[in-house]
Write a protein that binds this ligand. Structure first.
Ligand code: GUN
Ligand code: FE
Length: 422
């Protein structure tokens, strides 16, 4: 057993933070065993790691991030989705045909995730099997719990990013065979989105999902253009998600729909029926998508929402930056369209990025007894003149902190380096 002293903050539920000021967490077998305000006499011989007035929080989960776009972060986002894909994103993704390039970029990406306090993630690769294999192996080796997928796309993009549906399905199946037994990072089916996938590919992925009991991530109703394309290309479906439902892609494991900004009633019903997650990516939506998810309204209807960075439509690798941004966007949505669009609170946004999305990765995203101890120690960002409460320390970090404010990282109960070690 080890004992750690700090202020301790995690989500009690969607609306409330659990706060243990100046307390002790006892960790055993990689999980939280107890939280105490004083160490009981019988444990007095166990050494205590003292983090003083710093604050211990659960590590974050990123529900939507494109690893190959990491070298593009922070530029090109003055374009809108269609042009941005063609001019910025696809040329970068094409470079992952070169395994040496992929290795350099993916090593840096995975290190940066951990440095920013992200220990659980749903990650997109590219169509390239060799590069995506390296990505999933690297994530798994570094202990990132989550999913990584070889992208499926077989139409409407540059030639060198398209595969025939036969090749895509053959190589996806080999990817599933090879990595389904991974300890930390599992494969996930990843049809890019309706405009770049044929029915043949999506239906084939549905068969693989069933055979290998594998879930799916994709982009859903992310822009009016995309929703319209979905309707034009798949006229037999009443809405975007029905394309995947009909293919049997919702029945086999977690389903994470990126963005979900312009859902129809039918989209919402299907999301509810299969308990899917919507990945809210605030920076990305104000950059290349230019739409705001009705997060408050969707939460009111019981849709599960987690947060995503959507690198490189979003520009910051730390999911914690998206917590404050989700609150800000809900206020804008409410200002311009007050009807039904309740704002969300800081505790709700923090819950989305920790406890709510942590359920996708096992018992993570919380520090309650029984939870896997994936945790961060955040420096006390109080001013000399004004001391912050534990809740305020967390809120200030999410709004104004950087990875340099993460004083320690624990994964499965063990302290780990900041991501840059092998
Ligand atoms: N839609 C299809 N592909 C992408 C992508 O790479 N990023 C974003 N944000 N949306 C997409
Ligand atoms: Fe995306």
């Amino acid at each position: 057993m080890q004992i750690i002293h700090a202020d301790i903050v995690y989500s009690e539920n969607s609306k409330q933070l659990a706060v243990h000021r100046d307390s002790y967490v006892a960790v055993e077998g990689g999980r939280v065993k107890y939280i105490w305000s004083e160490v009981p006499e019988e444990y007095s011989s166990v050494p205590v790691t003292d983090h003083g007035s710093d604050v211990l929080i659960p590590a974050f989960s990123d529900l939507h991030v494109h690893a190959p776009q990491y070298p593009n972060r922070g530029f090109g986002t003055d374009l809108l989705l269609e042009d941005w894909l063609e001019q910025i994103t696809f040329p970068m993704e094409a470079r992952y045909a070169d395994p040496e390039f992929a290795k350099l970029a993916y090593d840096a990406f995975v290190d940066h995730l951990i440095a920013e306090g992200t220990m659980h993630a749903c990650v997109y690769g590219t169509v390239h099997t060799e590069a995506t294999s390296y990505l999933i192996e690297r994530m798994d080796k570094k202990g990132i719990k989550g999913f990584a997928g070889k992208i499926g796309m077989d139409r409407s993009a540059r030639e060198d990013l398209l595969e025939s549906p036969e090749k895509a399905l053959r190589e996806t199946e080999a990817f599933l065979e090879k990595y389904s037994g991974n300890r930390n990072t599992k494969p996930i089916l990843t049809p890019r989105f309706a405009p770049t996938c044929t029915g043949e590919l999506i239906n084939g992925l549905g068969r693989l999902g069933k055979k290998y009991n594998t879930g799916m991530q994709t982009h859903l109703v992310e822009s009016l253009w995309e929703a319209e394309q979905a309707r034009l290309l798949f006229p037999e479906c009443s809405c975007d998600i029905e394309i995947y439902e009909r293919a049997g892609l919702m029945d086999n494991g977690p389903v994470i729909g990126g963005h979900f900004i312009f859902p129809s009633e039918d989209d919402i019903h299907i999301m509810q029926k299969y308990d899917c997650y919507a990945a809210h990516c605030p920076d990305a939506t104000v950059s290349v998508i230019a739409g705001i998810m009705p997060a408050g309204a969707l939460l009111d209807r019981g849709i599960r929402i987690g947060l995503g960075t959507d690198i490189s439509a979003g520009h910051h690798v730390g999911v914690y930056t998206q917590v404050g941004r989700a609150v800000q966007l809900s206020k804008l949505k409410n200002f311009y369209e007050p009807d039904g669009n309740n704002t969300i609170s800081f505790p709700e946004a923090f819950w989305m990025a920790t406890k709510q999305s942590g359920q996708l990765f096992g018992d993570t995203g919380s520090l309650e007894p029984g939870a896997v101890f994936d945790a961060l120690v955040i420096k006390d960002l109080s001013d000399a003149a004004v001391k912050l409460t534990p809740e305020q320390k967390v809120e200030r970090f999410c709004y104004a902190g950087t990875k340099e404010d993460i004083a320690a990282r624990y994964m499965d109960g063990e302290e780990i380096p900041d991501g840059t070690d092998d």
